[in-house]
Structures are given as structure tokens and as C-alpha cells.
Design a protein around this ligand. Sequence first.
Ligand code: ZN
Length: 204
Amino acid sequence: MKIICIGRNYSEHAKELGNSVPTEPVIFCKPDSSVLPRSNPLYIPEWTNDLHYEVELIIKIDRLGKFIEKQFASRYYSSVGLGIDFTARDVQEDLKKKGLPWEKAKSFDGSAVIGKDFISMDDFPDRMNIRFELKKNGVIVQKGNSADMIFDFDSIIENTSKYFTLKIGDLIYTGTPSGVGKVEVGDVLEGYLEGKKMFRVVIK
Ligand code: ZN
């Protein structure tokens, strides 16, 4: 199983980090060891002083494909979940300055939170109008809607499958809306997809 992530897919988030809005999806990957086991806390790694949450919609691939055309892309995923792409922002900024890859900042153990359920796309009247939010210690810190994605699900499938064979069970994190921020020891993060609770993560 591999995890493909899309960066800067919401223009307000690109702007809040001082990045330009991309004309091509920004892509990076997380290894399977990055998945935080369900109900485990996340321990802040000792090598970062600025660990950020990024709540994201996740699509799950359920059909093998390569060079998928956009018009057929919706045949390759049928459900959506919610997760967190944890990011060591200080490390990422340093790597960005040096023009180096981001994996140390984004692909470490526990950096990928995956909510307990994936919900069938058929359960949403419009897949381009899916609401989600993240609460930190009970307060909403991020609010997103798939309508605001720069690259929609089908465009992401088309683009990523040019580079990677998409396999059954692969996950694609589709980018985070604005409102990312730092976590501290003791924080509790809860993700909601259309009002339904999908995960709870305690920071240690
Ligand atoms: Zn992200």
C-alpha cells in the first residue's frame, strides 16, 4: 500500500504558507510505516519544534490503473475518508529553502492519520461538495469543502497515474484547507466528515 499526497491544493492554504497557487499538482508520498496505528497517540518527534496538523480528505483506490484519463477517473475510487497529514513545519521550511525533498518533514512514523471509516461516494449528493472539519481541544481550527480544491478528485487521479501505477488499497491525501497550526503535548484532535466523527488523536 502506498500513500500519495497532494500539496497546496487549496488556494487559501497555499497563500497562508506564502506559496504560489500551483498549475500542476504538488505530489509527495508517505511510506506504509507512516500510518499511525488506530487509537495510538502521536508522540511529537524530538527533532521538531513546530509540528502542524493538516486535515485532508482521503480517497481510496479500488481498481488498478495507469495513465487514467480524467473522464474515466471516477471508476478508480468509490469512497472517501478523512485523515491528518502531520508536518514538521520547521524541518519542511529548512528543506524547502535548500531545495530538498520533504520526506523527513512529512513521512515520518505516525505522520499519516487515517479515520476509521471510508464513506461511499454514492452517499454524497455531490462529490464536489463534501464538508469536513478539524477540532483542536473542542474548537474548530480547520474547515474545508471539496468544492474549494484546485485539482478535483478526477484531476488528481489523472495526474498522479501518469507517474505511479495506482493499486487497490492505495490512498491519496487530497490536500489541506487553510488554518493549519501547531500542536502541543496534551492536545486532542478530532476530525469530522459531513458532521460524522472520523478520528480522535491525542498528542503526547
Ligand atoms: Zn498535506
